[in-house]
Design a binder for this molecule. Structure first.
Ligand SMILES: [Zn+2]
Length: 202
């Protein structure tokens, strides 16, 4: 098997662990793995109560995202499975991926954040929907301006008085997470945290 990023042949070490736990077997080589730079930001906030970001947005990470999202290399969804599991292996919270716009989902053919969670074996609930033109079209101009939120709760979803953890690939300004958290809290969520794979400087 070759590294999914640089194509270099992976040294096959049939370790004990890999026999029993296929998910921890490596998809990328040591060099590529080392090229990603941890940032490990953990900060408190008001609308989003706690935010964790794992990596910096350096050049190798930019290339990874490009290959994963835009070249639609879905095999890359599992590259950071261990790191995501490390932050999201919690039984006291409901994991909610940040959705992409329905049109983008059609263009890109897969929901990359969901794919990362699936690859990591992390259970999640798809509770949010991006507001699309169809939903917006039913509202008056005043209502649209008043809304100005990118997200709505999916019809039929039951938001509980508990902790939710939003997951997104990249944190830039934090607007996306704040809007998603506000929607969940308005619907009854007690606490909303967030985990992003990447923190971009803005
Ligand atoms: Zn490599």
């Amino acid at each position: 098997m070759n590294c999914l990023l640089c194509e270099q042949k992976l040294a096959s070490i049939p370790s004990w662990q890999s026999l029993f736990d296929i998910e921890t077997s490596s998809l990328i080589c040591g060099n590529c793995s080392k090229s990603f730079e941890r940032v490990d930001i953990k900060e408190e906030g008001d609308i989003v109560d706690h935010i964790t970001s794992i990596y910096t947005y350096n050049e190798p990470m930019r290339e990874y995202l490009h290959q994963f999202k835009f070249l639609q290399d879905v095999a890359l969804a599992g590259v950071f499975a261990n790191e995501l599991r490390g932050e999201l292996a919690r039984k006291d919270a409901i994991i909610v991926p940040i959705p992409m716009h329905p049109k983008k989902k059609i263009e890109r053919t897969f929901a990359h954040v969901e794919e990362m969670l699936v690859a990591a074996g992390i259970p999640f609930e798809d509770l949010l929907m991006k507001t699309n033109t169809e939903v917006m079209g039913e509202k008056t101009r005043e209502e649209r301006l008043a809304m100005q939120n990118l997200f709505v709760i999916k019809p039929g979803s039951d938001i509980q008085n508990t902790t939710y953890i939003l997951v997104d690939d990249i944190y830039t300004t934090g607007t996306t997470l704040r809007q998603a958290a506000a929607v969940l809290k308005e619907a009854g969520a007690d606490r909303v945290e967030a985990v992003t794979l990447i923190r971009a400087e803005n």
